[in-house]
Structures are given as structure tokens and as C-alpha cells.
Design a protein around this ligand. Structure first.
Ligand SMILES: [Zn+2]
Length: 405
């Protein structure tokens, strides 16, 4: 099929699917799905994956919703997460957060922009692929991901390393406003601790005060800003002392003090390089350094606890995944896409940052509404994103030399 003819067929099919796609998205918004409690949203997604005709539908150990179209050896993974951040004050919302409200072309509701509209777009991208029978030697796996808000990449790591799904590339339907994204900074939590000697606060000269020992350490940590690793696209790494803790005994000299640091990373920094860099500064002052373990429990009861380290990543602009993304965009809309990087972190921290799997972002949602009371998505953009997800695997097959049909 010629690409023009295909473009028209995909556009028509996406328009045909507008209604069921909107209903699916509305259902997802009605279902509360905070991190670790995604089960009802996962079940709803599995139902939709069955309805669009997936060849296989399943739930993995970490409780991700999964559906496969096609039987090709190579796998393209479509990823968008089902969990949302929590509403702090719903009186700030123009409509109740769990009530999908459509005004004109815009659908409001919690998670519309992060990331349920992305889930609707990838499910219906796969639906178009299936209906038009466009897959040849590539399979598409659709992933309604869990645990992303609290521990991005953890559920994807489990799918790849525990359940052994090995994608050749990953597409992330996070907010990009229909532009391509090829990376983001990483983040890491670091704990720095000083030790003292506890005595009664009435005889401080007999003890050692861990809080006083921490004071110059905090100054030194702040002073590291400006000499952290830097990157031509992402700029400087940063670190902020964000929490302080100690024994909750006001009448003793404290024998320990701990601060938490929020560190933002550029691609290439590792857990070891971060700990080493901070240790070199604070160890001579008597402080110790570690990356804490983040406790993570899936809705299936699986513990995924792991160090609170989320590497940054950047895929080269001439990488195959970006090239196919550009060709797909050009074929659909006859213009060059904007190619950029994200401000926030995504499941790409695992796929590209840790596992080195080529990864690309493309989503209908707009970043400005993410985690706000104005959470919303433009439904025309959701239809357009579904078109992108339908055509991308076809172009991928062409460019990578699938057998001619
Ligand atoms: Zn997100």
C-alpha cells in the first residue's frame, strides 16, 4: 500500500475509533488509580485490549496490563502509565477529579494529561494496526504501566528483567503535545549522615552533637552546585538539601543527623559516580553517604524495592527510533516534527537510561496540565496520537527491511 493511501486509511479509522477511544478514556478517569492501587484500571485496560482484538492479553508479575498484536519476532513496546498522582485539594478543581467532563474538544479529569490519554492513544493505535492488518515481521506490545508516579521505570524493569519481555524499542506516550522527545535528566536521592554521642542535654560537654557536625556538611553540599557534571542539552546537574532528620528527643544531645539530597542528573552519571563525588566532599568532615532503598509494592503484592536512582538518558537525533518517528510524523502531517527533551522523568529512565533500549516519546497531552487542577487533554490530539502509533510500526518495518508484501 502506498504511504498516502495508508495515511488516509489510518486517519479514517482513527476518526471511526474516536467514540470508543473517548469512552475508554472516560472510564479510566472514573477509576481512581493511585500508585500501587492500579488493579481496577488494569482490569479495565485488559478488557479494552481484548475488545480491540489483541492476539494475547495478560497481566505480568508487577501488575502491568499487556496486550500483543502480531507475531513478528521484533517487538515495539508502547508504554503509558495507568497510575496518577494524588489530588491534594479537589475544591481547586473546575470539575470533580474523577468525573470526566467534555467541553468542546477538551476532556477534563484526573490523569487525563498524565497519562491516561496516552493509554487510550496507544491502545487505539494498536486497534488500527490490527484492523488494517498492517503488521508483518514486527509485534506491538501495549503496556498500561503501573507504579510510574512513585518509582518510574520500576514496573518496566520488572517486565523486562523478571518476565523477560525484550522490546527492540520503546515508545512512551507521556505528555509531549505531539512532538518527539528523546531524553530527560535523571534523578537520585542521597542520604548524608553524621554521628555524635548522645548524653543528657543538661551536660552537653560530655556528648557530641550530630546536628552541629551536619551544619558545615550542608554548606559544603550546597557549594557543590556549579561544579556538578554538565551537559550541552540538559545544562548543569543540581542538588538540593531537601529534608533533615534526627532523634526526636528534645532533651538529649543528638547522636545522629541525616539530610536527604534531591540530585538531578545528566546522562552518563551512575549511582557510583554520584556517591563518590559527594563522599569526596563530606567524608573528610566525618559524614557518610548512601543512596536509600525506595520501598515499592505492586498491586499484585510483589516487592520491587530498589535504590532510589533514576538515570538520565538521551537518544541520538540520528538514531533509528527518532528517524522513524520523524518519517511517521512527516507522512501523517506533511511537516517536520519538533524534537525536544522532557523536563520530567519517565519510564524511559529504565528502558533507555538503564537498559539501553532505544526509546522515543510521543504523546497527545500537554505538559502544562500535568499534575494540575486543570488536568485535561484535547481529544483531537488523542486521535492524532493514535494515528502516529498506528503508522510508526509500519514505517519501522519499512526502514528496517521487513520482507516485501
Ligand atoms: Zn506520567
Amino acid at each position: 500500500m502506498e504511504i498516502n493511501e495508508l495515511q488516509e486509511k489510518i486517519a479514517a479509522m482513527a476518526e471511526e475509533f474516536r467514540q470508543p477511544m473517548t469512552e475508554f478514556l472516560s472510564d479510566l478517569i472514573r477509576i481512581q488509580s493511585y500508585t500501587g492501587h492500579e488493579k481496577p484500571a488494569v482490569e479495565r485496560t485488559l478488557l479494552e485490549l481484548k475488545q480491540i482484538g489483541c492476539d494475547e492479553v495478560w497481566i505480568d508479575s508487577a501488575g502491568n496490563a499487556l496486550g500483543r498484536i502480531g507475531n513478528g519476532k521484533r517487538t515495539i513496546l508502547f508504554n503509558a502509565h495507568l497510575d496518577t498522582n494524588e489530588v491534594s485539594d479537589d475544591s481547586q478543581w473546575p470539575h470533580p477529579p474523577l468525573e470526566p467532563v467534555i467541553e468542546g474538544d477538551v476532556l477534563y479529569g484526573l490523569g487525563a494529561s498524565d497519562c491516561k490519554a496516552g493509554v487510550a492513544a496507544i491502545v487505539y493505535g494498536a486497534a488500527i494496526l490490527n484492523k488494517l492488518n498492517l503488521l508483518d515481521d514486527v509485534s506491538v506490545v501495549v503496556m498500561g504501566a503501573t507504579l510510574e508516579e512513585d518509582a518510574e521505570g520500576f514496573a518496566l524493569r520488572s517486565l523486562v528483567e523478571r518476565d523477560l519481555l525484550k522490546p527492540d524499542c520503546v515508545l512512551l506516550a507521556e505528555a509531549t503535545d505531539l512532538t518527539l522527545r528523546r531524553g530527560h535528566r535523571g534523578r537520585c536521592e542521597v542520604h548524608v549522615r553524621t554521628k555524635g554521642k548522645a548524653v543528657h542535654a543538661s551536660t552537653p560537654h560530655l556528648g557530641e552533637n550530630a546536628i552541629l557536625k551536619m551544619a558545615p556538611v550542608i554548606e559544603a553540599l550546597e557549594a557543590m552546585n556549579g561544579s556538578l557534571p554538565t551537559h550541552p542539552i540538559f545544562g548543569d546537574g543540581t542538588q538540593v538539601v531537601s529534608l533533615i532528620n534526627g532523634p526526636h528527643t528534645p532533651n538529649s544531645v543528638p547522636d545522629w543527623c541525616e539530610v536527604a539530597i534531591d540530585r538531578r542528573l545528566v546522562p552518563g552519571e551512575t549511582a557510583e559516580s554520584i556517591v563518590e563525588g559527594i563522599r569526596a566532599v563530606v567524608e573528610p568532615m566525618g559524614a557518610s553517604v548512601e543512596i536509600p532503598v525506595q520501598p515499592v509494592l505492586s498491586h499484585t503484592g510483589l516487592r520491587l524495592d530498589a535504590p532510589s536512582f533514576y538515570p538520565g538518558w538521551l537518544v541520538e537525533e540520528n538514531d533509528l527510533v527518532v528517524q522513524v518517528g520523524k518519517l511517521t510524523y512527516q507522512a501523517l502531517w506533511q511537516q517536520e516534527p519538533v524534537v525536544d527533551v522532557w523536563k520530567f522523568s519517565t519510564d524511559g529512565t529504565y528502558s533507555a537510561g538503564a537498559a539501553g533500549i532505544p526509546t522515543l516519546g510521543f504523546g497527545p497531552q500537554e505538559e502544562v496540565y500535568v499534575h494540575t487542577a486543570l488536568d485535561q487533554v484535547n481529544l483531537n490530539k488523542v486521535v492524532q496520537a493514535a494515528m502516529f502509533y498506528a503508522l510508526y510500526p509500519v514505517i519501522y518495518q519499512q526502514v528496517t527491511g521487513a520482507k516485501p508484501n
